[in-house]
Design a protein around this ligand. Structure first.
Ligand code: HEC
Ligand code: HEC
Length: 606
């Protein structure tokens, strides 16, 4: 076995090195990067000079854009080489965040371009803070130079880097995620596309795929240039006419690589060979289920999981099953503001979320307290208001039940009934509850020719003026963050205890993520922070939010239109939703709701 592994490793490294022809190309890539990186440093130097001279605001903005644009040109390679460094130091969100993988509480200060964006485009330029941020950025670019300029990249790397960049352009740049203050996402996208085009053009003239890809990048940049208005930009058209053709070429290019799947390395959430964001193969479901495909795709195991899901045998008093609260006819919710408990008259703390597509997350529950789907089940089993049980008892009950004894034997031969087999079966069932077959998905995939024009207008508002897609990310429309899709976000909206259209409301007292039990989450920044839930099937899962405060989508829209809790006048220091009113008209609100309703899609066979 050991010998076999070594053989595979050696073979793979050989493929990788020989895969992309000449050493020359690698040197060329490095040279291009070195030149571009130097230009980036020069642009920051000039910005620092201008801030020091207290130049006027227009001149500072122009120079800031030069820094931003130069970053966008090389962003696809920088992020591929070290996503963490880019996110942490160069283009971090202007909010506090948590240092991953460090066991102690370690809040990160906002850093880099997004801070400058906020500074230069808010009402008063703060020279001192801008200067400090720009100088720190200069220092960080310099100190990380070796990291970015010494890596040798091959064909596989470039393919992955560009795939991710294209997904990022669509889901983050043209939605305005990166640049909420300057709203310069469209111009960033132009530079990202042109950066990749010039890179390909200089070095890889002889490959057809590369030639087509370069042409598509140029064409897409042109499209944005001639439609460069953030509000009226047609994001549906851009997807169908520009993003899709690019993804198709990327797929076809990668099909020519030998051993691409081996070269991919560790399993990732996204399938780099998918043809589209709205395609059913866009995600690797085994990454999210944290179980191998041999388990989650096994019909016997899914069937067993389904039976357990609907059977009250798991609960201590034999009265409650998963389906008591997650009812299939209500899209796996219960229609209540807050779920019932196993004691009459006592309710749970929160609203029951849908389980359709719930597997596509990196954090379960409204406070993101559990990362693993199998362990999420343990919470339900042990909760004294839910199953109030433990696995020893459950295993006993199942062992004594002839039917289950046989079913487990069939599904997991050679294995005793165990916590592992029980949670794996239920996870397999939940993983089967996925569906990306809504009217909107099918239209974006090109499977249907025409849809109601209000859906298209609604999506454009959702991903533009109304800024919904800066939190409800495409394509799950949840907080699963592109372009790596390996993190799920929570946000502070300031949801009221009960929505009352005539005013006079109070903030809900649930502190959300701050009380998740994880030491990292104890910061005030996570007070009232809740998981951004999916909007797929939203038309059927009322009431809405963690506490069921809203009975209709119209009410939810009023809340957003007023700028969330802060907009309602709540004293909320760390609201992450912009508190500015959205100024959506009655028709615009109606279009957004019609768009959300076009996301309905029920998994078949449940
Ligand atoms: C008593 C009602 C109730 C029962 C029974 C119940 N759930 Fe839930 N479920 C909820 C509520 C409420 C939440 C949200 C809780 C929170 O966020 O704190 C939830 C959350 C979840 C989530 C996380 C969804 C997400 O998007 O984060 C999953 C998955 C889930 N339940 C699966 C199950 C399974 C599997 C079972 C049976 C083993 C089960 N639930 C039993 C009410 C219930
Ligand atoms: C700042 C991030 C953010 C923005 C911007 C945002 N949302 Fe949300 N959305 C959330 C979070 C977080 C929740 C869950 C909050 C809770 O449960 O308390 C949520 C919940 C919802 C829900 C209820 C989901 C459910 O299952 O109960 C709807 C509907 C919704 N959002 C629609 C929208 C629309 C439409 C827009 C644009 C007008 C929008 N959101 C903008 C973060 C955001």
């Amino acid at each position: 076995m050991l010998k076999y592994s070594i053989f595979v490793i050696i073979t793979c490294s050989f493929c990788l090195l020989s895969g992309f022809g000449l050493k020359n190309e690698e040197d060329n890539i490095q040279k291009w990067m070195k030149d571009q990186y130097s230009l980036w440093i020069e642009s920051v130097d000039l910005l620092i000079e201008k801030i020091e001279h207290k130049d006027d605001s227009a001149s500072l903005k122009i120079q800031y854009f030069k820094v931003q644009n130069q970053f966008r040109k090389i962003q696809f390679l920088l992020e591929y080489i070290s996503e963490e460094t880019v996110k942490r130091y160069f283009n971090g969100s202007p909010l506090y965040s948590i240092e991953k993988n460090i066991p102690t509480v370690n809040l990160l200060e906002p850093e880099g371009l997004q801070v400058l964006d906020e500074n230069f485009f808010s009402s008063n330029t703060n020279f001192k803070e801008s200067l400090e941020t720009a100088k720190r950025l200069r220092h960080l670019i310099e100190t990380n130079k070796n990291l970015f300029l010494s890596v040798k990249l091959n064909e596989y790397d470039l393919h992955k880097a560009m795939f991710k960049a294209v997904i990022g352009i669509y889901t983050l740049q043209v939605t305005g995620f990166d640049t909420p203050s300057s709203k310069s996402g469209l111009s960033n996208a132009i530079y990202s596309l042109e950066g990749m085009a010039s890179f390909l053009n200089i070095h890889f003239k002889n490959d057809n795929h590369i030639k087509f890809l370069g042409n598509e990048f140029v064409k897409s940049a042109k499209f944005i240039k001639s439609n460069n208005d953030f509000i009226s930009f047609d994001r549906v058209c851009f997807y169908k006419n520009n993003i899709l053709p690019i993804l198709r070429i990327l797929k076809s290019w990668s099909e020519g690589f030998s051993n691409y799947s081996i070269a991919m390395g560790d399993l990732q959430g996204v399938n780099f060979q998918s043809e589209g964001l709205f395609n059913t193969d866009f995600y690797h479901i085994d990454y999210f289920a944290q179980l191998p495909l041999s388990i989650i795709k096994d019909k016997k195991i899914i069937g067993l999981g389904k039976e357990l899901f609907f059977d009250s045998i798991l609960s201590n008093d034999g009265k409650m099953s998963c389906a008591t609260c997650h009812q299939p006819e209500k899209m796996f919710t219960d229609g209540l503001k807050k779920s019932i408990s196993n004691i009459d008259g006592i309710f749970g703390n929160r609203n029951t979320p849908t389980l359709i597509n719930a597997i596509f997350t990196r954090g379960f529950f409204y406070d993101l307290r559990e990362n693993s789907p199998s362990r999420q089940i343990v919470h339900v089993v042990k909760d004294k208001h839910e199953f109030n049980s433990d696995f020893m008892d459950i295993i006993d009950r199942l062992e004594q039940n002839k039917y289950y004894k046989e079913s487990f034997k069939q599904a997991f031969p050679n294995m005793k009934i165990s916590k592992y087999s029980i949670t794996s079966a239920i996870t397999a069932y939940i993983s089967s509850l996925t569906s990306f077959d809504s009217t909107f998905d099918r239209y974006m995939r090109g499977e249907i020719e025409n849809i109601d024009s209000s859906i298209i207008r609604g999506f454009n508002l959702f991903a533009g003026k109304a800024a919904c897609a800066t939190c409800h990310f495409i394509p799950t429309f949840s907080g699963l963050l592109p372009a790596s899709y390996k993190e799920s976000e929570s946000e502070v909206l300031g949801v009221p205890y009960i929505w009352n259209a005539s005013g006079n409301m109070t903030l809900d007292i649930d502190e959300g993520r701050r009380n998740s039990g994880k030491p990292d989450d104890e910061s005030a920044h996570f007070k009232y922070s809740f998981k951004t839930t999916t909007l797929r099937n939203i038309s059927k899962t009322q009431p809405y939010m963690h506490n069921g405060a809203f009975l209709s989508l119209e009410d939810v829209m009023q809340f957003y239109n007023k700028g969330g809790g802060k907009g309602l006048g709540f004293d909320l220091q760390h609201q992450t939703l912009s508190s500015a009113a959205l100024d959506l008209t009655v028709n615009e609100i109606s279009d957004i709701i019609i768009f959300m309703k076009s996301l309905d899609s029920v998994p078949t066979g449940h």
